[in-house]
Design a protein around this ligand. Structure first.
Ligand code: HEC
Ligand code: HEC
Ligand code: HEC
Length: 437
């Protein structure tokens, strides 16, 4: 279940406000400025087109939202929980009644570029057309050819449950006029061909910004702060600009490539939560050339600073830190006792990970964030990168531990492996627990 917080409330509110404020200038500018949709007859799919479409659908991670665990591919039905109701991802298989089997290439391309369904209904930006707008028509058509090559699944997603006025989809017209940059991706002069390929993968297909770029008051991506880090579903998607202190400036190319491709960069921790899913569904399938392109583009993004900063160099490999319970000040605390009994078996006292290097905590940003945002999420939800590497599993500790106990062990790992004073309170645990799917 995806949680979207109060974004919709704001989207609708600001959509209404936009009518009044931005209507004049911005709107006419936007209408003139957007790329025209080119109409063309449907392409007859070839095996090559379908194969290319499969690769692109993975790079764009359509499965993240259109597959429910255990369900048939692209049959939809994943709930997106909003403060005032729930919407469900649609069935995008070629079923003619419950899916999009009657859609032409033009219909499909318009949905990706403009967020408008075949019947003219506006889609909500839980569907990231704000990024997919950059996808070329050729690539969009290939994605459709691939999805349509799979079995049609006759299954209607549950009906949306949105109350008035939030079910007024037409209000999105104004939001789109204000915030949708309806341009196809264009190469940036001055970047190499490789960097531009990486830019296309990151901004259009891979939609990294939908998670890593902070949102403005109307919950549109604030592209002036591209990739500076943002909150989503209770997780912190960290700053991935080349800033040394708070971004990935200090990561080697190898660490970055490994993290994206396998979910773990040595000395940098592992991907869990929404990033773990992005790796498992999407990034692990990228060709080495595309991973290199992505990395080279990430180096070119404007460096921006943000919180939390990167881990201080904490020495946990030598002396008392290595194989003994923590430093003096943490000895005998509740956090230490819980770590000893429940965590050290997999993570080891020195945080290097026993299971395998995926369980290494040292050097990861998660444990150096004093707020413990992602530590708490991983404790409540567990982690599972099984699809990438067998056995990279952490159980959920959500049941059987009190808020105080989980807060204590969170602060313990932040202190021990991140060298920071953790600020995780039982109240935060309580709050995050009640927001868990
Ligand atoms: C982050 C989640 C997410 C991702 C990723 C995503 N979608 Fe969706 N998509 C949705 C949701 C949610 C809806 C329903 C939106 C609504 O009801 O307003 C939707 C709706 C659609 C629709 C409209 C269908 C209809 O019947 O109206 C199409 C087409 C679509 N998606 C195709 C795709 C394709 C192709 C991809 C990959 C390139 C993709 N989606 C990736 C969440 C997502
Ligand atoms: C669905 C949301 C989502 C998408 C899409 C996404 N990320 Fe992430 N990303 C996250 C979250 C959440 C984390 C933190 C994961 C953790 O702590 O285990 C993260 C972590 C990372 C990190 C590690 C940062 C650090 O300091 O530890 C990198 C690098 C990264 N993402 C790059 C990317 C790139 C490049 C893309 C696009 C190709 C991308 N992400 C797409 C949510 C996302
Ligand atoms: C069965 C083995 C196992 C146990 C027990 C376990 N972990 Fe983990 N943990 C892992 C693995 C494997 C990962 C890496 C998975 C990933 O990030 O996708 C991980 C990841 C983490 C992360 C990093 C998540 C991120 O987003 O970077 C933290 C923090 C963590 N564990 C803390 C704990 C704490 C605290 C306990 C005890 C309460 C614990 N773990 C118990 C195996 C385990």
């Amino acid at each position: 279940m995806k949680m979207i917080g109060s974004r919709w409330l704001r989207i609708i509110g600001v959509a209404a406000l936009t009518v009044v404020v931005i209507f004049g200038s911005a709107v006419s500018w936007r209408l003139l400025d957007r790329d025209p949709e080119i109409s063309a007859p449907d392409v007859v799919p070839s095996p090559e087109l379908v194969a290319r479409g499969e690769y692109l659908a993975r790079a764009a991670d359509c499965a993240a939202c259109h597959n429910v665990p255990g369900g048939e591919p692209f049959a939809g039905g994943l709930p997106f929980k909003l403060p005032f109701g729930t919407i469900y991802s649609t069935n995008i298989t070629s079923d003619r009644e419950t899916g999009i089997g009657t859609w032409s290439d033009d219909d499909f391309v318009r949905a990706l570029h403009r967020g408008i369904a075949k019947d003219g209904t506006h889609l909500y930006p839980a569907f990231p057309y704000t990024s997919y707008s950059g996808i070329s028509r050729d690539d969009a058509v290939a994605i459709k050819a691939y999805i349509f090559s799979l079995p049609a699944v006759h299954k209607a997603p549950p009906p949306d449950r949105l109350s008035f006025p939030f079910n007024q989809r037409w209000t999105m017209t104004f939001w789109n006029l204000a915030f949708l940059d309806a341009h196809r991706f264009r190469d940036t002069p001055g970047l190499s061909a490789e960097e531009n390929r990486g830019a296309y993968l990151a901004t259009a297909l891979g939609h990294c910004g939908e998670c890593h770029t902070p949102r403005n008051i109307a919950f549109a991506m604030d592209n002036g702060r591209q990739f500076a880090g943002a909150m989503l579903q209770g997780w912190h998607a960290y700053n991935i600009t080349p800033d040394d202190a708070s971004g990935i400036g200090g990561w080697s190319n190898q660490q970055l490539a490994d993290y994206l491709k396998t979910g773990h960069g040595d000395g940098r921790g592992s991907a869990a939560g929404p990033m773990g899913e992005a790796v498992a569904n999407s990034l692990q399938y990228l060709t080495p050339t595309d991973v290199t392109a992505l990395v080279s583009y990430l180096r070119k993004v404007k460096p921006l600073s943000s919180e939390p900063t990167n881990p201080a160099a904490v020495s946990v490999t030598k002396g008392a830190f290595a194989d003994e319970p923590g430093p003096q000040e943490q000895k005998g605390t509740l956090g230490e006792r819980i770590f000893a009994g429940n965590c050290a078996g997999c993570h080891l006292w020195n945080g290097q990970g026993r299971q395998n290097h995926f369980a290494a905590l040292v050097g990861g940003r998660t444990v150096s964030d004093p707020d413990g945002t992602n530590v708490v999420q991983v404790l409540l939800g567990g982690a599972d990168l099984r699809t990438v590497h067998p056995g990279v599993v952490m159980p959920s500790f959500g049941k059987g531990f009190s808020d105080a106990e989980l807060a204590a062990v969170s602060n313990y790992v932040i202190g021990r492996f991140g060298g920071q004073v953790g600020r995780v309170s039982p109240e935060k645990l309580h709050q995050d627990r009640s927001n868990q799917p």
